[in-house]
Design a binder for this molecule. Structure first.
Ligand code: SAH
Ligand code: SF4
Ligand code: F3S
Length: 472
């Protein structure tokens, strides 16, 4: 699994081939969290039977989907600038007698569906994250009718039940969405509005999808959810399972070497889940656990529902059961009401816990969220200064963590070739990109290496033993 892409950075993907020759070409640009990356894959899957295959660039595509993120203002605005460029491409294709169907999906579509069609009337389809299974029907309607098709319902039918099974040959690492939506309503966050109420997929569907992924070559599965550790799916016989129970079940799948889950909320880190980290060898010693702030006053204003102390207890307990545990987190500086002493408390939390890597953001007021209307908004210059100070400390910790890995022997899951000839690339247990000299047959295998050197964002290593490691 790659770390969460920044919502300001797009990932371009193309449609899968379903074995037949594609008659039309599809280009998908994805912003935001891994759930969007997973959804883009599902949209490509649902369009493959309609004859859509991969396009290398948007210019040559018969259909372009922008899968968008609404989390901060900058992320949303990117969509509108992209739509401007796509208008030119669409017109150029029309002049050449070709069509381009343009769709906006994801969280901006959900939040600003109407505004998109007003500001960019050349968009054909606007669809929210819960209606991707209706995409083929919307494409057909868009071909028949003029004017944009909008579908931003939260339908009663579940998209997971109606979407085709994901393609199983996605490579050694795979994402599997097990939970969607959020009921937590943090003061600053749009997710409860764009993704809707919490929903947990049932155990049987998750296990079946995981088995398919492993049969197709996945050695690592990252379970995804906006609140993944709040997952409480229906198990066999109607009993409700917790995430820890699901992890024990998935660890039984032969050939599955690694398990991860993201993103978690501190409030839902129960004892069983903490203990599971000490008991399931496939569960990687790495957890992304957003804390947002170290100040109890700001945590309360954020409606996070816990204090800094809970975060300390969780990280301590996890390090007790799994001493090589590493943590990453998300931070927001400049939430309304944040004073210098609150920021100092965040800095103190970072000092105390020590992070392997973290994401930090300036608070961005989002329309319709409670914090946007609160008094005591923090001045932009103050936010800049706090962000700079926090990021300098987080960078220092990241460098120190990477450096502490030098000389260590550990297992790497190799996922592909490196940039230089003869070089192979993979991921450490702590998700760091690792390069080592080796043969192409390492791809999809877990091998023992010794870490030789640390670069700012990756490690280099020497292969010790290329033999396949069997998960315990
Ligand atoms: N579900 C996760 C996070 C989802 S959003 C959680 O509970 O923490 C990913 C990250 O974006 C958040 O952790 C937060 O740090 C950041 N974020 C969300 N809303 C934001 C806003 N309005 N301004 C700045 N950053 C924000
Ligand atoms: Fe947003 Fe809070 Fe829900 Fe995370 S827990 S998705 S930050 S509302
Ligand atoms: Fe962005 Fe929506 Fe994910 S707002 S972070 S794409 S849930």
């Amino acid at each position: 699994m790659t770390p969460a892409p920044s919502p300001e950075t797009a990932i371009d993907t193309t449609a899968p081939l379903d074995g037949s020759t594609p008659r039309k070409r599809l280009f998908i640009r994805t912003w935001g969290c891994q759930m969007n990356v997973y959804d883009s894959g599902r949209m490509a899957d649902v369009l493959a039977p309609l004859g859509y295959g991969p396009a290398e660039t948007p210019e040559e595509a018969d259909m372009v989907i922008l899968n968008t993120c609404h989390i901060r203002e900058k992320a949303s605005e990117k969509v509108f600038s992209d739509l401007g460029r796509l208008r030119v491409m669409k017109e150029a294709r029309a002049e050449a007698g070709q069509k381009m169907v343009l769709a906006v999906a994801g969280c901006v579509a959900q939040a600003e569906g109407k505004e998109i069609t007003t500001r960019a009337p050349w968009v054909d389809i606007v669809l929210g994250p819960q209606t991707y299974h209706r995409l083929p029907e919307m494409v057909a309607r868009a071909a028949r009718a003029a004017g944009a098709q909008i579908d931003t319902d939260f339908p009663v039918e579940q998209k997971f039940d109606l979407l085709p099974q994901p393609r199983a040959d996605q490579g050694p690492t795979a994402f599997l969405t097990i939970q969607e939506g959020c009921d937590k309503f943090c003061s600053f966050c749009v997710v409860p509005y764009t993704r809707g109420a919490e929903f947990s997929r049932p155990v049987a569907a998750i296990v079946a999808e995981a088995r398919r992924l492993v049969a197709g070559g996945a050695r690592e599965i990252s379970l995804l959810g906006q609140n993944v550790n709040a997952w409480h799916g229906e198990g066999p016989g109607g009993a409700t399972w917790t995430l820890s129970r699901l992890l024990y079940e998935l660890a039984e799948i032969e050939g599955l070497a690694r398990l991860r889950y993201t993103t978690s909320h501190p409030r839902d880190m129960d004892d069983d889940l903490i203990q599971a980290h000490g008991r399931i060898p496939q569960l990687m010693p790495f957890l992304h656990l957003p804390v947002q702030s170290g100040s109890d006053k700001i945590l309360a204003a954020m409606n996070r529902g816990h204090q800094a102390d809970l975060f300390f207890r969780i990280t301590d307990q996890l390090r007790e059961v799994r001493p090589d545990m590493a943590f990453t987190s998300d931070f927001i500086v400049g939430h309304p009401g944040e004073k210098a002493e609150d920021h100092a408390a965040t800095m103190a939390l970072v000092e105390k816990v020590g992070f392997a890597l973290s994401y930090s953001f300036k608070y961005s007021a989002r329309p319709g969220t409670p914090a946007a209307g609160q008094p005591f908004q923090v001045a932009e210059a103050e936010k800049d200064a706090r962000l700079q100070e926090l990021q300098a400390l987080l960078r220092q910790q990241q460098d120190a963590f990477n450096l502490s890995c030098v000389g260590l022997e550990c297992d790497i899951l190799f996922t592909g070739t490196g940039r230089h000839p003869g070089q192979m690339a993979g991921r450490s247990p702590w998700l760091q990109p690792v390069h080592a000299l080796g043969n192409a047959d390492l791809v999809g295998r877990v091998a023992r290496v010794k870490i030789a050197a640390a670069m700012p964002n990756s490690l280099s290593a020497t292969l010790l033993d290329a033999k396949e490691l069997t998960p315990a």
